[in-house]
Design a protein around this ligand. Structure first.
Ligand SMILES: C[S@@+](CC[C@H](N)C(=O)[O-])C[C@H]1O[C@@H](n2cnc3c(N)ncnc32)[C@H](O)[C@@H]1O
Length: 233
């Protein structure tokens, strides 16, 4: 169990401090990449957690995101190439067809893919091993149940089954819980962390009711990791 208050750094940028879980997920994802790939694509790069967490310096790091504000926060140098691009647009990876990626990473982003089948298909066409971390329907599961809201995200089983059509990936399901001092803090976190994907699924009345009835002092998260070995391994 992670305690939010103990982890928040008062002076850190809001997004950075609210992304505790995303940081843990990136760490897990990178742990399994042992061949120091030199040309990397990061889909839904955000402010650069993947790039900043890497223990090696790749020759080329191509990072894409549809939010200019996020790209602005991403580290920049001569090895980093930033592109504003929306993974829900058909053919969003076409412009990278000539790149020789050695690994394709996406962490905590593809749960917002409208057509994951199409996105996986596009990724697989680039011909590089993948490391993908995707939030699943187990995220906020008690909260959604308490508010009688159907799951917003795909289940781990669904994602794993879909991945088998395109990748030869090992999978692991991670579960985290994040403890809060009050339910109010918990909702503030959800709003600011970006985990909710900016979706406002509750009206004020429903929200008040949920604050009264939520039985836990923590939020639940579930993430599926899909990792392909380097094809040469
Ligand atoms: C929760 S953040 C994760 C950021 C980073 N990968 C990390 O692990 O910290 C999700 C990111 O996905 C981006 N994103 C969401 N939907 C997207 C889309 N349709 N196309 C491109 N990027 C998208 C958001 O702008 C955000 O930066």
């Amino acid at each position: 169990m992670i305690n939010v208050q103990s982890q928040f750094c008062k002076n850190a940028d809001a997004y950075e401090s609210y992304s505790i879980i995303q940081k843990k997920v990136v760490k897990k994802l990178l742990e399994k990449i042992v061949d120091n790939p030199q040309c990397i694509l990061d889909i839904g790069c955000g402010s650069g957690t993947v790039y900043k967490s890497m223990a090696w310096h790749p020759k080329k790091f191509v990072a894409i995101d549809f939010a200019q504000g996020m790209l602005n926060m991403h580290p920049k140098n001569e090895n980093v190439e930033l592109h504003m691009s929306d993974f829900n647009q058909k053919g969003f990876l076409k412009k990278f067809a000539d790149y020789q990626f050695e690994r394709i990473i996406s962490s905590s982003a593809l749960q917002w893919g409208d057509d994951l089948d199409d996105i996986f298909g596009q990724i697989s066409l680039l011909g590089a091993p993948v490391s993908l971390a995707i939030f699943t329907s187990g995220t906020f599961k008690t909260l959604l149940k308490t508010a009688s809201i159907p799951p917003l995200l795909r289940s781990a089983d669904e994602i794993i089954a879909l991945s088998k059509r395109y990748f030869n990936a090992e999978h692991e399901v991670l579960e985290y819980s994040l403890e809060f001092a009050s339910v109010r803090d918990m909702f503030r976190y959800m709003k600011k962390s970006g985990v909710g994907g900016g979706r406002n699924v509750l009206g004020i009345k429903q929200m008040r009711e949920l604050i009264r009835n939520y039985p836990l002092n923590y939020l639940e998260f579930e993430i599926v990791l899909l990792q392909e070995k380097n094809y040469g391994e």
